[in-house]
Design a protein around this ligand. Sequence first.
Ligand code: ASP
Length: 308
Amino acid sequence: MKKYALIIHGGCGALSQFSEKEQKAFLKSLEKVIKRGERFLQKGEKALDVVEKCVKLLEDDPIFNAGKGSVLNEEGEVEMDASIMCGKTMNTGAVAGVKSAKNPITVARRIMEKTSHVFLIGEGAEKFIRKEKIERKPASYFILPHRVAQLKKVKKEGIVLLDHDDNKKNTKLGTVGAVAYDIYGDLAAATSTGGMSNKMIGRIGDSALIGCGNFADNKSAGVSCTGRGEDFIKAALSRRIADLVELKGYKAKKASKKATQYFKERVNGYGGFIMIDRKGNIGEGLTTEGLIRAYVKQGKKPVCKLFK
Ligand code: ASP
C-alpha cells in the first residue's frame, strides 16, 4: 500500500472546561470521521475529495462550529466562511458570509471549479448557491438553541467570543478542517467555520482566507487553522508554515514548532493548526490549552487527541 496521511480538527481552546462526557463526544465524532477519511484514501480517492468529504461530515455534526451548529453573529444569524485548496494545482475556492448552504465547503469547491474566480461573499455567493442548486437549509436548521443562549450571554458580557474561549458556560466548539496526503503524493486542505460568536455583520475570519487559515501546495505543505481568526490573518500563518517547509527545508515537526513560536511572539496568537508536509509527515501546533484533532498514517492506528 502506498503512503497516505490524514489529519482533521474540530477547533481549539480551553477544553478542560468541558465535562468528561462532552470531551468523549468530541473524540467519538473525530474517530468516526478519521476512520471514514482513511477508508477513502485507502480506496485511492484524491486528497481534494477526501478533505471535502471529511469537512462535510464535520459540518453536519452540530457539536462543531461549522455548517449546522455555527455560532451566531451580533444579529443572531449565521454567516459561514470556508475554503479549500488543491496542493497539486494550487487551485482554490473560498466563500464568506453565507447563510443558506448546508455545506459551505462544497460551495468553496464549486467556486473553485465552476468560476474563474477564487472568492465569493454574501449576496453574490448566495446567488451562486441557488444557480448551482447546492443544497440549502432554512435558518432554523443552523440556529440551534445552545447558540442562541451562547449569543445572549456573550452579548451581556459585551465580548466577541471564540467558540471555545475560556468561558465555563460555553458548551460547544470549533471550526473544522482537514488536510490529506493521498496515495498519489498530492496534498489538499479544507477549512470551514461559523466564525466567532457575536461577531460584527460582515466580519470575515481566517478560515476563508487562503494563506491565513487554509493553504495547500505540493511543494511545501497543507495547513488548516483554528482560533482567533484576526491573529491568523495578521500572521498569514498557513502560508508561513508552508514557507518554512519549502524555503527552510524544515520537516512538519520543526516547521510547526517554529510557526507556533512566531504566532505567539509576534501577534500573541490564540489558536492551533494541523498540517502535513510535502513528504506526508504530520505536524500540529497550538497556543491554546487544547486542539481537537485526529490523525492517521498508512500502517498506523488513528490517534484522536484533545490536549497537548
Ligand atoms: N478561526 C475562526 C474564525 O476566526 C474561528 C475558529 O477557529 O473557531 O473565524
